[in-house]
Design a protein around this ligand. Sequence first.
Ligand code: C5P
Length: 202
Amino acid sequence: MDGTLASGKGTIAQALAKAFGLPVLDTGALYRGVAVAVLEAGGDPGDAEFAARIASELDPATIDDAKIRTATAGAAASRVSAHPAVRQALFDLQRRFAAQDGGAVLDGRDIGTVICPDADVKLFVDAEPGIRAERRWRELQARGEDVALDTIVRQLAERDARDAGRETAPMKPASDAVLLDTSQLSIDAAIGKAVRIVSERT
Ligand code: C5P
């Protein structure tokens, strides 16, 4: 599964994993984990060599969910993830997860295009930018992060542009991905649709 920020992709991935009894890997958490570790070590997310070294030493078990879910961590994740060496350092871990017996669900930006080009089912989840910004704003509010909605709109546009515009593994639907637009769907309706898409193809 791939998709844009606040499209519902993460929630749908978790629900699909539950529905089909599969393990799930949120690959964004890996990039966020690298970003937080870089910042905590006093490094610059723009320093490819430093970020790649942190990525190669990353132990997914030590990623702190509270720390990686902030807006700062997300923005830094988008920067470290643009370095090819960082993506390379996280490649094997993701491939191993995907290749386990019985299958798996992975969610990210380049799963259908780079990590699992032969996946049985590929989904690309998206929604209108205004709707995604509002969802993201609500999420941050619920966590006590008081960020203005227009700041989120700007950050989301920046993040989309950086993720889709980078040279290595840009965010884009694989040519054989099924597109799921959640703009007008409740989360339950979106999950229902995703489950049907997967059931029809497996
Ligand atoms: O999905 P999430 O918002 O947690 O991802 C954070 C950032 O990590 C994304 O904006 C993107 O830059 C990067 N990412 C990526 N490839 C993935 C997953 C996430 O480049 N497979």
